[in-house]
Design a protein around this ligand. Structure first.
Ligand code: CAP
Ligand code: MG
Length: 414
């Protein structure tokens, strides 16, 4: 129409240089693909619905351009001058208004590719896989974690006892659940103090390093206060629900954790609100890339076999986003969690190899003989998997594993 200029944002001969490139899946609502693509590029960079009375000359230089387009996918390049290099502002641009445009039935941001200049301005992980292995003194094997279950409900003494049994049974991390922070029956500092006490006890008894993924999620200033407390108690990690706290808070805590030498365990609770629909929203690929750029040391990526959505192909791709070479950015430890139990560990190790943190909550604390035996069974399943021994054979000599397989077999829970 006479008052629109969307198609000026489409130039299929354009060759991006040193720009941010976004891949979108687009489903137009009654308009052409070119009109739709132009709308996305315009609304996510400099334009609006109508031509304007005044346009500074620099618009030509900074406007986004659709440079690739097929029947359902477009690629848009964004000059770096559009960004302040913070994650919130990046998303306000490329993942902001565009999802609400009436002219599109669906829109999904599938991927963001960053030029070196953007990546080099990000902190990335403080420790990375290598650094985490050094802290825990575990050179090669997969790391193990457990979330005490029920998610919330124990008091601090009961929780510390569960932690003691899990660590004594051979697990490396005890992790708070995503909604366990500071409840009337289990105050944050009381839990931290008591868990750190048993951590020290178990390290003395086993000679192994253990760590506590303590959930500091909350309002930003409260998270800073909790992170300082965690450092005072000389723990190595904090855990943050990165999507419910938001990218700005995560970037702030990444700075704080740098000063406090604290590693960050990233939980992605709430992601499925916008990642799950294959036609509309933002992919986990984008979420995982951003988490590594900001600088989380551990990141949940799924299991491919457990209770959460996400097939083996997607999970493997997310793990590779965590571990691939990426300019100056350290690696992030992929975390496989969600409905896991000993019977599924061989599948997980086949999918991830050794650079994975295997988390089982119900799959440890639901063991017929309780947490200590459940921890031993999980370690036994890991040990069997890395030496390629079938679980049933390994279980003949390992009672805890045999009982776990007797209860859960090889079921893939939903
Ligand atoms: C797993 C878990 C984790 C999920 C999160 C839970 O417990 O603690 O939050 O793994 O999903 O609350 O469900 P179980 P994802 O081991 O008992 O299943 O890792 O896909 O982000
Ligand atoms: Mg959980």
């Amino acid at each position: 129409m006479g008052f629109e200029w969307y198609t000026e944002f489409v130039d299929l001969d354009y060759k991006p240089q040193n720009e941010v490139v976004c891949t979108f899946k687009v489903e137009p609502d009654g308009i052409s693909m070119e009109e739709s693509a132009g709308r996305v590029a315009s609304e996510s960079s400099v334009g609006t619905w109508t031509t304007l009375a005044r346009l500074p000359d620099r618009i030509k230089k900074i406007m986004a351009r659709v440079f690739e387009m097929d029947e359902d996918t477009i690629k848009i390049s964004y000059p770096l001058e559009l960004f302040d290099f913070s994650i919130p502002q990046l998303l306000s641009s490329v993942a902001g208004n565009v999802f609400g445009m009436r002219a599109l039935k669906n829109l999904r941001l599938e991927d963001i590719e960053f030029p070196k200049e953007f990546v080099s301005k990000q902190k990335g992980p403080q420790f990375g896989i290598e650094g985490v292995r050094k802290v825990l003194k575990i050179e090669k094997r997969p790391l193990t974690a457990t979330v005490p279950k029920p998610k919330v409900g124990f008091d601090a003494d009961e929780y510390a006892e569960v932690a003691y049994n899990a660590w004594s049974g051979g697990l490396d991390f005890v992790k708070d659940d995503e909604n366990l922070t500071d409840q009337p029956f289990i105050r944050f500092e009381d839990r931290l103090k008591k868990v750190m006490k048993v951590k020290e006890k178990v390290e003395g008894e086993t000679g192994e390093r253990k760590s506590y993924l303590v959930n500091i999620t909350g309002e930003t200033n409260k998270m800073i206060e909790r992170a300082k407390l965690v450092a005072d108690y000389r723990n190595e990690y904090v855990m943050i629900d990165i999507l419910t706290v938001g990218w700005a808070a995560l970037q702030t805590l990444r700075e704080i954790c740098d000063d406090l030498s604290l590693a960050i365990h990233a939980h992605r609770a709430m992601h499925a609100a916008f990642t799950r629909n294959p036609k509309h929203g933002i992919s986990l690929k984008v979420v995982t890339k951003l988490a590594r750029l900001v600088g989380v040391d551990n990141m949940h990526v799924g299991t491919g076999v457990g209770k959460m959505v996400g097939g083996a192909k997607e999970v493997k791709e997310l793990a590779e986003i965590c571990t691939n070479e990426w300019f100056n950015i350290k690696t992030t430890f992929p975390v496989s969690s969600g409905g896991l139990h000993p019977g599924l560990i061989p599948d997980v190790i086949r999918l991830f190899g050794n650079d994975v943190i295997v988390q089982a909550g119900g799959g440890v604390h639901g063991h017929p003989k309780g947490t200590y035996a459940g921890a031993k069974a999980l370690r036994q399943a890991i040990d069997a998997s890395i030496e390629n021994t079938p679980l049933d054979d390994y279980a003949e000599e390992h009672e805890e594993l045999r009982l776990a397989i007797e209860k859960w077999g090889f079921v893939k829970p939903k």
